[in-house]
Design a protein around this ligand. Structure first.
Ligand code: PEP
Length: 264
């Protein structure tokens, strides 16, 4: 298999423009859950940059559980992200939800995110595998490691091996947290695959006070980086405000993870 560990002594490094995601560093990706306005997106990106993030995140197409929830700004959101990239120099990671949008999303994004709800959308996986941009593949809500890696294989099979996996919590019986962060995913993926893996503690926890401790755990088990929600005004955010960090929290997170000893 193209993504399996076999014949790879080291975890691969994927480059998003000139930013490496791989075993030699911890890459911080931060930004708003959703692009809402140019000002909000720029403010969040500046917070990300100040904290040391190398890439910014922000959803223009939002796959929401409820059809009545904010669905994102679509192509207008992509243009905002491109303007903010211009202003901050941070390359953009953004989600694609529909294979029909592949050309427009690939035109603006530096890395294409496939979200948890689309991990087994095979047409989407094949589309992102065909456009030559790095892909961030989140784990499905109930996916096994094997199913997740097979989803990555769909992308790889189209000639694109620039794939980064992202653990973002799985469904569990516990209702106090949004999803159960599976820290075992990191050492297991490292055993099974040569692809780098990030952790998204924001979507796992659903609550900002858990984000820093879970980020520490992520680095402790050897994740190659973190995907973090940050917002200038989380209380009025149109999407996932309770899990968004304030700028000062993101600074604290960056400090906490950079002062940890390297994982064994
Ligand atoms: C996101 O990162 O914006 C997102 C929607 O995450 P997930 O697909 O993990 O729910």
């Amino acid at each position: 298999k193209l993504v399996s560990r076999e014949n790879h002594s080291r975890t691969s490094t994927v480059h998003v423009r000139d930013v490496p995601i791989g075993p030699d560093s911890v890459t911080l990706i931060a930004g708003p859950c959703a692009v809402e306005t140019p000002e909000q997106t720029l403010e969040a990106a500046l917070m990300a940059k100040r904290a040391g993030a190398a890439l910014m995140r922000g959803g223009a197409y939002k796959p929401r559980t409820s059809p009545y929830a904010f669905q994102g700004l679509g192509a207008d959101g992509l243009k905002i992200l491109a303007d903010v990239r211009e202003e901050t120099g941070l390359p953009v990671v953004t989600e694609i939800v529909d294979p029909a949008d592949i050309d427009v999303v690939a035109e603006y994004a530096d890395m294409l995110q496939v979200g948890t709800r689309n991990m087994q959308n095979f047409a989407l996986l094949q589309a992102v595998g065909s456009v030559g941009k790095p892909v961030l593949l989140k784990r499905g809500l109930t996916a096994t490691y094997e199913e997740w890696l097979m989803a990555a294989e769909y992308i790889a099979q189209r000639g694109n091996l620039d794939i980064v996996l992202c653990e973002r919590g799985v469904r569990s019986f516990e209702s106090a947290i949004r999803n159960m962060l599976d820290v075992s995913a990191v050492p297991m993926v490292h055993q099974l695959s040569h692809l780098p893996i990030l952790i998204d503690p924001s979507h796992a926890a659903g609550r900002r006070e858990l984000v820093v401790p879970l980020a520490r755990a992520a680095i402790g088990v050897g994740a190659e980086g973190l995907l973090i929600d940050v917002h200038p005004h989380p209380e009025t955010a149109k999407c996932d405000g309770p899990q968004a960090l304030h700028g000062a929290d993101l600074d604290e997170l960056a400090h906490a993870v950079t002062t940890l000893p390297p994982a064994l």
